[in-house]
Every structure is written in C-alpha cells, then in structure tokens.
Design a protein around this ligand. Structure first.
Ligand code: FES
Length: 123
C-alpha cells in the first residue's frame, strides 16, 4: 500500500537526529494517534542550512518527516513555510488516503520550529 519512495524514506530516513543549540525547535503531536515529531533547525540569514528530526510514529509519519526535511534544507524560511503536507506526500508519490493525516505532523513541526526561530530572533 506504500509507494517505493515511502518505503525507502521509512527504511532509510534522512536527517534523523538532534542539533545541539538549534536556532529553532518545533515539537508537535498528532491528536489522532498520539505520535510525536520534533524538528531542529540551524538557520543562517533566514536560510535553513541544517535540519534534523526525531519522529515517534508510523511508517508514513517517518517517511514524510524524512522527505519534508529534505525539501526544506537549503531553503529560505519563507519558502519553507509554504511547503504543505500535500506537497510532501506528492514528493513521495502519494500516501494512502487514511495515512494523509500522518503527513500533517511534518508540516506542523517544521512550521513550529520556524516560528520558534522567529520568536527567538525577535527577542
Ligand atoms: Fe500516527 Fe501515522 S498513525 S502519525
């Protein structure tokens, strides 16, 4: 039921881990299943130069987290904020409809991490 790309990103997730002294950290939970994703960003001049994540979740959540981090790496934060969970799912050649809610985790965690960075840099 999963595409080859989903399986690849699930079996070999990119950018797994933590960043010490990250510029932005976002953590979100999926209300439907209780799964959690945490994202760490290193940002220089509003460009995401490094990103790592930890996801305690299902295969779709891990694969979308992996793909989402690949999509935002190297991007300006304004551009990263426009990346939707649908775009992430498309980049993975689609998700089964009942798993679409899992992809929301990655989008929300990245947005939360960027907001955290923006708040900190306004202090
Ligand atoms: Fe929890 Fe997929 S079932 S994120």
């Amino acid at each position: 039921m999963y595409s080859e790309k989903v399986m690849d990103h699930f079996m070999h997730p990119r950018n797994v881990g933590e960043i010490e002294n990250a510029d932005g950290i976002g953590e979100v939970g999926n209300a439907k299943c209780g799964d959690i994703m945490k994202v760490y960003l290193t940002i220089e001049d509003d460009i995401i130069v490094d990103v790592k994540f930890k996801t305690f979740g299902c295969a779709a959540a891990i694969a979308t987290s992996s793909m989402a981090t690949e999509l935002v790496k190297g991007k300006h934060i304004d551009e990263a904020l426009t990346i939707t969970n649908k775009a992430v799912a498309q980049a993975l050649d689609g998700l089964p409809p009942i798993k679409m809610h899992c992809s929301a985790l990655a989008e929300q965690a990245i947005k939360a991490a960027i907001e955290d960075y923006l708040q900190k840099s306004n202090d």
